[in-house]
Design a protein around this ligand. Structure first.
Ligand code: ADP
Ligand code: MG
Length: 255
């Protein structure tokens, strides 16, 4: 459902910086793919290009047989609103709105009826365990609840592809686990394709496949077998093999 073809990215500036080189990636419908690599390796750049937030310098991105980067501004805005869902590290909730108002935001943009919005938000809140906080403001809830709210908002319009950049980056391990379980549940229940950028091996172990990037190039990829525990260990091993001058990895480097 997603194809990244020979994508390269050069950030222009006084000194041009090559952030990605010839990235090729194919993702099946319903697949949950993790992207890992040292900081500065190009993970966010790749995710932003897939999300159509940023343009590739070369290459193309095909989502459901469409080429969003070739679309007109209006068409692209609609495509992004209807087909994609986003989850960010800092939750990106609007603080003047309640939890429920934040969740239904993607629907209000498409002028859905209040009845439909209410009904959908109730169903998703039930699944994500945030029914009791629907009328609270964002400053009255915990980080874990804020991220579940963001997950609900990313999923309420039933997007084809959900993109998450370090969604557990600001959460403690219990809340991280909760959020990853919610993302996995949504992935399984709706067969939603998901891409997750993370430096957390525990979070990545929820994925079906993890793709490793180093210096803007694909380094390797591994698939999960039957055991999440074994997969977690394989992720740790690959990270330590890959090395890199990265604090993210210092705790698991052996030498
Ligand atoms: P990651 O998410 O893996 O930490 P990024 O994709 O954010 O890495 O960044 C990859 C590289 O591109 C880094 O060296 C970063 O400094 C550089 N970079 C990111 N965004 C920009 C930008 N807007 N302009 C110039 N360089 C950038
Ligand atoms: Mg990043």
């Amino acid at each position: 459902m997603l194809e990244v073809k020979n994508v390269s990215k050069v950030y222009e500036g006084k000194v041009p910086y090559r952030a990605l080189t010839d990235i090729n990636l194919q993702v099946d419908k319903g697949e949950f793919v993790g992207i890992m690599g040292p900081s500065g390796s190009g993970k966010t750049t790749l995710l932003n290009i897939i999300a159509t937030i940023d343009e590739p310098t070369n290459g193309e991105v095909i989502i459901e047989n469409k080429q969003p980067h070739q679309m007109s501004k209006n068409k692209l805005a609609k495509f992004r609103r209807q087909e994609l869902g986003f989850v960010f590290q800092d939750f990106n909730l609007l603080h003047t709105l309640t939890v429920e108002e934040n969740i239904v935001l993607p629907l209000t943009l498409d002028r859905k009826s209040v009845k439909e919005m209410k009904q959908k938000s109730q169903v998703i809140a039930e699944t994500l365990g945030i029914k009791e906080i629907m009328n609270k403001r964002t400053y009255e809830i915990s980080g874990g609840q804020a991220q579940r709210t963001a997950v609900a908002r990313a999923m309420i319009h039933e997007p084809k592809l959900v993109l998450a950049d370090e969604p557990t980056g600001n959460l403690d391990s219990k809340a991280s686990k909760d959020v990853m379980e919610m993302l996995t549940l949504m992935n399984k229940e709706h067969d939603t394709t998901m891409m997750l950028v993370t430096h957390d091996a525990q979070a990545a172990s929820y994925c079906d496949r993890v793709v490793f990037i180093r210096d803007g190039k694909l380094y390797s990829e591994i698939h999960k077998g039957d055991s999440q525990k074994v997969f977690f260990q394989q992720i740790i091993d690959t990270l330590s093999l890959m090395g890199g001058n990265d604090n993210d990895l210092s705790s698991i480097r052996l030498s």
